[in-house]
Design a protein around this ligand. Sequence first.
Ligand SMILES: [Mn+2]
Length: 431
Amino acid sequence: MRFVAIMKCLHSFMAFPYTTVSVSFLIRKYSTKTELRQVPKRYLGQPSPFTHPHLLKAGEVTPGLTQEEYALRRYKLMSLIQREFNALGGGTDHAVLFFSNPTVYMTNDIPFPFHQHNDLLYMCGFMEPDSILLLQNKPGLTLPSHTATLYVQKRDATRELWDGPQSGTDGAVALTGVDEALPIEEFKLVLPRMHDEGVTVWLDTTGPAHTSLHSRFLKPLMESITQGKKSVRPTQHLVQKLRLIKSSAEIELMKKASHISSYAFIQTMHSSKAPVDEAFIYAKFEFECRSRGANILAYPPVVAGGNRANTLHYIKNNQIIKPGEMVLLDGGCEASCYDTRRYCPHHVGHYLGMDVHDTPDISRSIPLQSGMIITIEPGIYIHDDDIAAPEKFRGLGVRIEDDVVITEQSPIILSAQCPKEIYDIQQVCGM
Ligand SMILES: [Mn+2]
């Protein structure tokens, strides 16, 4: 049995310690100072430097990413907003909103593991559901000077009994370094301010991330905005512009993640001998990733033996791989294909980051820039009933994905350690 290794799950491995690059000098330059508050000495709704010192250093919000880094992201967003708004003209009051994801339930009251909305996560690192991040200009001051307020769930003993500790307002503000954290119920108090003439509301206009928060808070706001002819502007293209270019700290995270996933591929190849159940390879790959510090596989991997590799989203992973068959192992999932060439129904690359298909609205035709991470993933897919193809190639699907950091000098190939040459794969598989 041969394996074709495809790496594309780097975004999901974000929870491990590593060296961070300080950007505090930039913060001082922009005078967006963050004063380090004492994180409460108790469990929060997410790892903190107090409870998880093996994951986070003091001042880090999420592993490897400091309060300064998050503050700089917000500063850069407000700068982009200011620039865009100057070009359009208009008032001076701005409110920028980011909604969390809701908890999604598998059945009745059993929740799936919570995944935060990536834009809110990118802007402040807060990982609890039912929360809102509000950025607004300071009264009388123009952007990018602003205040950041998190609206979070109030701590509730009954809820904590069932769902575990919550950060509360004190935990949220100390961990993330935003200016203020308030109970989510108080968000309704900010609505009257936004009702005032001249407030421009910025938010992701692609659809409600959180339907219940949306109907509680956003719908009345949007209705009043429409009536009052106040303006609503989209943020998604601005956030994607920021997320496109990775910081040194983000690149370090991706490097670490690559080492873990390359090692997981090698271990999985090494210990899988045909005949073998696709489920075994799935479980082995996940085990090897998670046991080395990976957080979670964000999407079900594709483990497709033989002709099943031609089903691009094959995730059933429940068939026996026979001796002599190839298997395609894909650590993530794919978006819809747009390239319709006969044997390569797939793009040859995309941006990579917090999402497998990161910053999807950014054109793939723009020049490469330092700090981008892209994939290069040539593939060939030949169905078993394709009589135009030589018989020996029918029922074969191969894709090899490399993940590449663009720098001012040579590119860094994050997936370099993953065996891809036929000889190397045969060695690892003991063939
Ligand atoms: Mn890919």
